[in-house]
Design a protein around this ligand. Structure first.
Ligand SMILES: Cc1ncc(COP(=O)(O)O)c(C=O)c1O
Length: 429
């Protein structure tokens, strides 16, 4: 029986867990930042490691009884170093937002200038939005996409960098469907003596499989969440060089290496005890990512995204930048005469889960913007391929062209359930 102890002790929670599992099983999870972690990753998150306090790092803890915890955390570090070919890895950040905070504050002072991607053009909240700690603490200068082709213009990025002289150039995005030219970002950062940082939370799996350039060797600091295309637990890691390339420039008096600055900022700078059960789940996910099937899976994510995008466009929908190179795409709802929120809600009524999103040069407000963001990582984990993407794109287009048609939405909901039955998830649960 599923969750026997919760069911016995707390039927209220058990009932909600059952309903959520059914929702995930019978819906199409197309939010590009969501995925289905393996059963092994899920198991690791529910282990006795949740009971242990382990402030500090392996071999240097402030509590006793950490011999096995140390071994697990060291395993996660070693696996991540090998997987990413990274000089240094910190596996303790609880989340992507906290990890970004640690990266900035490890090497910068409040008020320092960082260049990051405009939120409305695909950047993340923690890349300088004024309502977020990032925008409140640092002076963020934003680059965006060009109006002409909705892609990042690297000449403009360079001009802005030369003019503003940021101490860090941050690349990476949460809603950008095209390849990011990490090498040029790193070169611009070198040219102006700035730290090069990349946030690869969304595309990490693609970077590992060679479906997207990988910034680890060219950048000083790389942050990634471990959910999304990496298919691990909800958490994050920070990869970095050991030596601080800019030490004499920015930290002339510091004895610390870049690796030490980052470690000291994560703990004790920002966090207390690490979530060792989640760190164990990260170790499991890193081992899974070493397997050839993981590479195949990433290639299929991209192939599926291509088919989904092509079919949506054949159905008359406009995609930002005219398509995708990665796992996600943005539908521009403007010509449909609806907001992205209206569209995403209509799709959700049919069991198709996406999220509404700003698009570049959006004329609408963030709470009902013009875009719908969707992607293929979770559907691909279920085993769906190009054939299913065509079917799904046709269903999506049908709903978006007629969002108030209740009988159509009911029919599509039934089709969605039928489709998911051929691709069951978590069969052992
Ligand atoms: C690019 C990027 N960075 C950071 C984050 C923040 O991660 P978290 O939600 O774990 O705080 C996200 C999450 O969606 C993201 O897409």
């Amino acid at each position: 029986m599923l969750y026997p102890h919760i069911r016995q002790q707390d039927p209220e929670v058990a009932t909600l867990l059952d309903k959520e599992l059914k929702r995930q099983r019978e819906g199409l999870v197309m939010i590009p930042s969501e995925n289905f972690a393996s059963q092994a990753v899920l198991e690791a998150t529910g282990t006795v490691l949740t009971n242990k306090y382990a402030e500090g790092y392996p071999g240097k803890r402030y509590y006793t009884g950490n011999e096995y915890i140390d071994a697990i955390e060291q395993l996660a570090i070693d696996r991540a170093k090998k997987l990413f070919n990274a000089e240094h890895v910190n596996v303790q950040p609880h989340s992507g937002s906290g990890a970004n905070m640690a990266c900035y504050s490890a090497v910068l002072e409040p008020g320092d200038t960082i260049m990051g991607m405009n939120l409305a053009h695909g950047g993340h909240l923690t890349h300088g939005n004024p309502v977020n700690f990032s925008g409140k603490t640092y002076r963020f200068i934003s680059y965006g996409v060009s109006q002409e082709n909705e892609r990042i213009d690297m000449d403009e990025v360079r001009q802005l960098a030369l003019k503003e002289k940021p101490k860090m150039i941050l690349s990476g995005a949460t809603a950008y469907p095209r390849i990011i030219d990490f090498e040029t970002f790193a070169n611009i950062a070198k040219e102006i003596n700035a730290y090069a940082m990349a946030d690869i939370s969304h595309i990490v799996g693609l970077c590992l499989a060679g479906d997207h350039p990988n910034p680890v060797s060219s950048h000083d600091i790389v942050m990634t969440t471990t959910t999304k295309t990496l298919r691990g637990p909800r958490s994050a890691i920070i990869l970095s060089r050991i030596e601080d390339r800019l030490k004499t420039h920015y930290h002339p008096d510091s004895e610390k290496t870049l690796a030490q600055l980052i470690d000291a900022t994560v703990f004790p700078g920002l966090q207390g005890g690490p979530l060792e059960h989640i760190i164990a789940a990260k170790a499991v996910a890193f081992a899974e990512a070493e397997k050839p099937e993981f590479q195949e899976y990433q290639h299929q994510i991209v192939k599926n995204a291509q088919t989904l995008a092509q079919t949506l466009m054949h159905q008359g929908l406009r995609l930002v930048s005219g398509g995708t190179d990665n796992h996600l795409m943005l539908i521009d709802c403007t010509s449909l005469g609806i907001g992205g929120k209206d569209g995403a809600n209509a799709l959700a009524e049919c069991g198709i889960y996406t999220n509404f999103n700003m698009i570049p040069f959006d004329t609408r407000k963030p709470f009902n913007p013009s875009g719908i963001r969707l992607g293929t990582p979770a559907l691909t984990s279920q085993g769906m391929k190009e054939e299913e993407m065509e079917i799904i794109a046709n269903l999506i287009a049908g709903v978006l062209h007629d969002i108030h048609n209740t009988s159509l939405k009911e029919k599509i909901k039934t089709k969605v359930v039928e489709l998911t039955q051929g691709f069951p998830i978590y069969q052992e649960l």
